[in-house]
Ligand binder design. Sequence first.
Ligand SMILES: Nc1ncnc2c1ncn2[C@@H]1O[C@H](COP(=O)(O)OP(=O)(O)O)[C@@H](O)[C@H]1O
Ligand SMILES: [Mg+2]
Length: 239
Amino acid sequence: MLEVTDLHVNYGPVKAVHGVSFSATAGRVTLVLGANGAGKSTSLRAVAGFHKPASGSVVLEGTDITGTSAHRVVRRGMVLVPEGRKIFFPLTVEENLRIGGYAAPRGNLDQGIAEVYEKFPILGDRCHAQAGLLSGGEQQMLAFGRALMSRPKLMLMDEPSMGLAPTMVEKVMSSVRSMADAGIGILMVEQNAEAGLRVADDVFVVSRGETVWSGSAEEARGNKAIVHAMLGEAALDAS
Ligand SMILES: Nc1ncnc2c1ncn2[C@@H]1O[C@H](COP(=O)(O)OP(=O)(O)O)[C@@H](O)[C@H]1O
Ligand SMILES: [Mg+2]
């Protein structure tokens, strides 16, 4: 459903991404691994419409959407859950969800919120709490919930496990898996290779701005030495 081919993205004179390709499929978790600074966030942000690529193509369900701005991309059914979650701390859980819903094409807001609470009961329990008072794991659930409010077909996730305690990492990964099992395509960037590989179906490895390996999660799990060699020290530290 998503095909990203030979993406190049620059920051002024800095060529941050020069040859990233990956794809994602409905109902599957696609994991993008790569060391710190490899160009993962830059690639996701360019795919989601927050940064114009210099070249390459982004095709969503057969339509070329390269360079389309983020609010239009959301209407086409693809949403980014950004690095660092970027939820609104002073607002309540429910207000954060409503903000996610404003991007939705037609969906009923209250029904959308009810569905998010069904998926993440902890958010329903804390619906009137300030988002800034939630634990890191709960904040990640809220970031997922806010993205779900736009009723996406495909979710891009940038390091959802970052900064979380190991038990919370497991909870977040299992909710990623269950969103995919419900039919949503997931394209997830992770530095925590071990945690990501436990729930992934397909894997792409990005190194120094380029895709250098792709294969099944089974292959990657069975041959972690390959993945670790390509990721370098960072992967060993993170896993
Ligand atoms: N706003 C920016 N301006 C200039 N260079 C940037 C900017 N953001 C990221 N970079 C550079 O682009 C490269 C890729 O960064 P990033 O996409 O954040 O990597 P990753 O998410 O894989 O850690 C790095 O070398 C980083 O220093
Ligand atoms: Mg990043």
